[in-house]
Write a protein of this length. Structure first.
Length: 388
């Protein structure tokens, strides 16, 4: 691809910190992971952080720590990646899929309130901050998602795979609700290659997640080998998982974190260019941002093609690919996925907005090192393909 859809930006202290790990002789979880946790917690203003090997792992640990078990129902958006919902099934729970808002692809307070009336037995919600746009957790009317959940005794898990760093008002995502899960997968806004982080202000959730991420052992591995007490003196208090983040990955994360805001600013410049160039193209619906641009992590620039366009979404994607321009689709909604559709008898009529989005959605290249001349090539090719 001349202009790939996604490209990692590793031009800071990544190699330096990786070398420090290799020189230390200790390649798995140790001081770099600890330091990465402290710095991420400090960045978002949360008390505790738990570094793990994926956002999926963080979501699983969060649900487990919040007590989700066999038969529990959990609200989750239909327009998301399967990880947001599959973790509910890991614990024997059942996702209850919610349609999303056109333009933001988010669950709104209104969507949630209607869902509560229909499903009063659901007591947990997974919110996805789609594309990096923080969902309306709070608002001036005191009727944000957090307020509604408090009134209805619903616990919230934030899937912030796209949202580092994103803000709602003066607070960062990671310090808005009970527990938040970030992804540091290779294509995310900051990366560790593979990795994730659970952050919370709740000590009990933190302690449980911290224990369960490493086999349910009541001492961390590094602690076992760096203190005077016997390394074999540990207890297993539950059948935990193997989800810890190795120091090699944390080393990359520490270097990425140093550039998190400058990389975000570069992505914002790309987005501003796209809005400027494409705002008058009637055949395209651009993403709606209800938060200031500088509060948005801009992981994805997500558009919807008009059904009146002279070519279909798939033809457009193929045409751009032939010209060397990578695009993607976020997402094929979960009600279309065989497993969820068959298990829960899902029908598209119940998800009219995500169905409408899915028929024509696509995402443009967006990464810090994308040059504005390249953005111009993307926009020119797109407009030419649409005959405008
Ligand atoms: C919304 C959402 N949630 C969760 C995940 C899972 O992240 P990870 O690959 O770090 O497990 C992704 C990955 O792309 C995602 O897009």
């Amino acid at each position: 691809m001349r202009i790939p859809f996604s490209k990692v930006s590793c031009n800071g202290n990544e190699l330096k910190y990786i070398k420090e790990v290799i020189d230390s002789g200790w390649l798995t979880t140790a001081s770099k992971a600890r330091s990465f946790e402290e710095k991420v917690a400090e960045y978002v203003g949360a008390k505790y952080a738990c570094a793990v090997n994926s956002c999926t792992a963080a979501l699983h640990l969060a649900l487990e720590a919040m007590g989700i078990s066999e038969g529990d129902k959990v609200f989750v958006p239909d327009m998301t990646f399967t990880a947001s919902a599959e973790v509910i099934r890991y614990l024997g729970g059942h996702p209850v899929f919610l349609d999303v808002e056109y333009g933001t692809c988010l669950i709104t307070p209104e969507i949630l309130e209607n869902a509560i009336v229909k499903h009063p037995d659901v007591k947990t919600l997974v919110v996805v901050h789609f594309g990096g746009h923080a969902a309306e957790m709070y608002n001036q009317q005191g009727n944000g998602i957090v307020d509604i959940c408090k009134r209805n005794h619903i616990q919230i898990i934030e899937d912030a795979a796209h949202a580092f760093p994103s803000q709602l008002g003066d607070k960062y995502v990671g310090n808005l609700g009970d527990v938040t899960c970030f992804s540091f997968y290779a294509n995310k806004t900051i990366t560790t290659g593979e990795g994730g982080m659970l952050v919370t202000n709740n000590e009990e959730i933190y302690k449980r997640a911290n224990t369960m991420r490493l086999h349910g052992i009541n001492r961390d591995v590094w602690g076992r080998f760096t203190t005077d007490s016997a390394s074999w003196e540990y207890d297993v208090i539950a059948p935990g998982y193997k989800y810890n983040m190795p120091d090699i990955n944390a080393a990359i994360g520490l270097a990425q974190l140093e550039k998190a805001e400058s990389m975000r600013e570069k992505r914002q410049k790309v987005v501003e260019f796209y809005y400027d160039e494409l705002k008058d193209v009637d055949l395209l619906d651009l993403p709606v941002s209800k938060v200031p641009f500088k509060h948005h992590s801009w992981h994805i620039f997500h558009l919807v093609l008009s059904p009146d366009a002279p070519i279909s979404r798939n033809e457009l994607i193929n045409k751009l690919a032939k010209e060397g321009i990578g695009t993607s689709v976020h997402y094929k909604p979960l009600h279309h996925m065989t497993y969820y559709r068959e298990k829960y008898n899902l029908i598209k009529e119940d998800y009219p907005t995500s169905e409408q989005i899915w028929q024509n959605n696509f995402s443009l290249p967006l990464y810090p090192d994308l040059q504005l001349e390249e953005c111009r090539v993307v926009c020119d090719s797109l407009k030419q393909s649409l005959g405008v």
